[in-house]
Design a protein around this ligand. Sequence first.
Ligand code: SPV
Ligand code: MG
Length: 545
Amino acid sequence: MSNISPEKISKCKQLRNLLESNELEFILEAHNGISASIVEHAGFKGIWGSGLALSAQFGVRDSNEASWTQVVDMLEFMSDATSIPILLDGDTGYGNFNNMRRLVKKLEQRDIAGVCIEDKQFPKTNSFIDGNKQPLAEIDEFCGKIKAGKDSQADDNFTIVARVEALIAGWGLTEALKRAEAYHNAGADGILIHSKMSRPDEILAFAKEWAERAPLVIVPTKYYSTPTEAFRKAGIDLVIWANHMIRTSIAAMEATSKTIFKSESLADVEDKIAGVDHVFQLQGADELSRAQKRYLKQKSNIHAIILAASRGSELHELTHDKPKAMISIGGKTLLARLMDGLKKAGINKSTVIAGYKAEAINLPGIEKCINDDYENGDELKTLQCAQENFNDDMLILYSDLLFREYILRDLIETEGEIVIIVDSALGNPNMTGTPDYAYCSRDDDRSPFMQDVILTQVSLSNNIDNKKPSGYWIGMMRVRKQGREWIDTALDELKSAPDFNTLTLPDLLNHLIKQGKPINVHYIDGHWLDVNSLDDIDRANHFTK
Ligand code: SPV
Ligand code: MG
């Protein structure tokens, strides 16, 4: 894609303007997308789709060995990579009038602004190879081709330039002028007069006689030493620098390949060649990254903080040599199951806070923090170990949770600086041990719509002031930027409290509630369990089947 903002005017009109401008204009050869882009970046207002250069970059001869559709396919890349017009060197039009009609149609479809056809016979040979042995086309036949092309163009500004090869083939000025006049009368928008002489004499003589009857185009490849001013004075309209990009790249590629081959190293070439960043720039990489930001779903940046320091002593022997997080349920550890769940939800960054038998936590791809003092401290002491890893978008959760995928997905999507999951199914048979009861601003009305519910307290008691809880806090919370700041501050405040070592996540939540911080609640209805006792293992095995 072009990095240069496209001109408002069409490419056909741009080329037409170049041909008809009062200034001497210049176009430069290109032969693929990147060379076309370079030509545009250099400042040129148009591109010559050279038959010689296009065939050379394919590695074939300039004798119609590449098919015209292969040429047109390459032109499409060139046109897509640029916002300036391309004038195709269309050789003889690749056949008779009928081929010419189809060519014009296909060129317009690919936003190619014009085509130049030469009055030779198919298959053509490059004008600089035995030029005077090359037979010219019949004038009438060639005029028919020009007319057919003009009649089939859809855009009035599509340009057809007729190239006169009479001087190349040794027919002289009179024949050249006769042909140019006939082609002009047949509807050609411009005349390209070609010469293989190293001096511009015959071109200048033609220009004088032509006397600006129609736009005049030249290709000074052989008479390159002529001062450009001479062309201006002669009333030439458009100069084609016809093959200088392919020749530049050939010279550069030969030098580089020889050096690398000889030295068996890149050291001698690296400083002399384009950096890969420059390649990216020419390819329009910046535009793609802007588009990705706009159109691609951004990857989650959520960081999961997983509390896995406790032994889970009610599991007895099972946690003799490993923490609860590493006991196996259905052949997979609780922690591995949790990590899988997080990955499925697009969360790839996790910090596990280990304590008891920390070395047993050895899953790949996790960041581990250690709470060395796990025996003397409770959950907040553990959480605080990971404070440096806190993120403006994070989850804090226990490591012994099993839950259906949707719970995490819904939690991630729920609005709020701190959001917790509350299971409103108070009769949940999976609920064992000493649950954390959540008291909320409203009970779950089981509506399918998000409810605006705030946590008012978490407690081990299921009756506070004759009020029933709204559900269980399951040990999973979502924290955003401001929520993270609240938690950071709360932890710093609570650290100096004499009972800090006994404090749990519910204590943190209650502390925040006292400070007036809103803790949002997302209700679920079962579909989870945590593993506290041997009985829970059976339930967990069943849950994961
Ligand atoms: C080309 O660039 O392919 C041309 C110009 O036709 S020349 O090679 O000079 O004939
Ligand atoms: Mg050519």
